[in-house]
Design a protein around this ligand. Structure first.
Ligand code: DAK
Length: 258
């Protein structure tokens, strides 16, 4: 499928989606979000793909939702059309692991989009922020919730109330991102990490992702219980037998995704 606001590519077992609206610093207009949803659907349905990387340009992952598109909206129009809601959820509902490879600005909806991914690898020039307050609005795609869970109340509150940006070093220190890499290595590093994840057993990967995500939804006791049941269930798979037998035989496992 051809797109106007994104590019897609497949490298080995990694699906790469690149946000591509350079004239607007990848501002997330409705058409872009809809194309992103279609690309994710296609990658989810493609059995050759085991992990997805979502990235932008060197200057901007995404500078937020499109302010020019939002400016004239009324409460009734935003509410009745459920403004840019549907396809956004596809990122957080994606079953395949999805890595955000962030360089440059990740602001507003851009920061929220990155946080919807499973983890963020950032270039050393990345800047994260929730500047909606400076526009007379508040984060609308999870910024007040996900950022608070990731970096804690104090830092999240400061960022949301002041619009202050965080550089990649502070973002790593605060737990927003998994690690910082030099800008020149960002994609190589993200795709390599994605390739490693794609080489694991697919169903076991889904279970692991599902279990980590439970930590955000339920109490510790309920989360541990959930994890324990999923852990038990892995013993019903071929790939658990293969993985453990390969370890004992000092060989590489040949997972069959079953
Ligand atoms: N929207 C539209 N255009 C944007 C844009 C944006 N968010 N960000 C940048 N651009 C455009 C600029 O207007 C400019 O276009 P021209 O003037 O050349 O036509 C071009 O990109 C280059 O930008 P600048 O000239 O401003 O570049 P600088 O390097 O000087 O500054 C900047 C870079 C990132 C600091 C600055 O562009 C900036 O402050 N941008 C706005 C950042 C921002 O406030 N973002 C938050 C937007 S509100 C929801 C989902 C999502 C959301 C809400 C709900 N639901 C699912 C319900 C999200 C809301 C938001 O993100």
């Amino acid at each position: 499928m051809s797109y106007e606001n994104i590019k897609t590519e497949i490298q080995e077992h990694v699906g790469i989606i690149t946000l591509d609206r350079p004239e607007a610093l990848n501002a997330l207009c409705a058409d872009l979000i809809s194309e992103l949803g279609n690309a994710l659907d296609a990658f989810e349905a493609n059995d050759d793909i085991g992990c997805i990387v979502l990235t932008g340009s060197e200057k901007a992952f995404a500078a937020g939702a499109d302010i020019k598109e939002m400016e004239k909206k009324t409460f009734i129009s935003a509410y009745m059309e459920d403004f840019i809601t549907g396809d956004w959820e596809k990122v957080s509902n994606c079953r395949k692991p999805i890595i955000a490879a962030v360089a440059g600005f990740a602001l507003g909806g851009g920061c929220e989009l990155a946080m919807m991914c499973d983890f963020i690898i950032a270039a050393d020039n990345a800047k994260f922020g929730q500047p909606e307050i400076t526009l007379g609005t508040i984060p609308g795609a999870g910024g007040t919730q996900r950022l608070t869970r990731l970096v804690g109340k104090s830092k999240a509150m400061e960022m949301v109330l002041s619009g202050r940006m965080m550089d990649s070093e502070e973002a790593e220190r605060s737990g927003l991102i998994s690690r910082v890499v030099p800008l020149a290595n960002l994609m190589e590093d993200a795709v390599k990490t994605a390739g490693l994840i794609a080489s694991m057993s697919r169903p076991i990967t889904y279970l692991a992702k599902d279990s980590v995500n439970q930590a955000y939804e339920v109490s510790l006791a309920a989360g541990i219980h959930y994890e324990r049941r999923l852990f038990h269930s892995t013993f019903a798979s071929y790939d658990q037998k293969e993985g453990m037998a390969a370890f004992i035989a000092k060989k590489r496992p040949n997972f069959k995704n079953r």
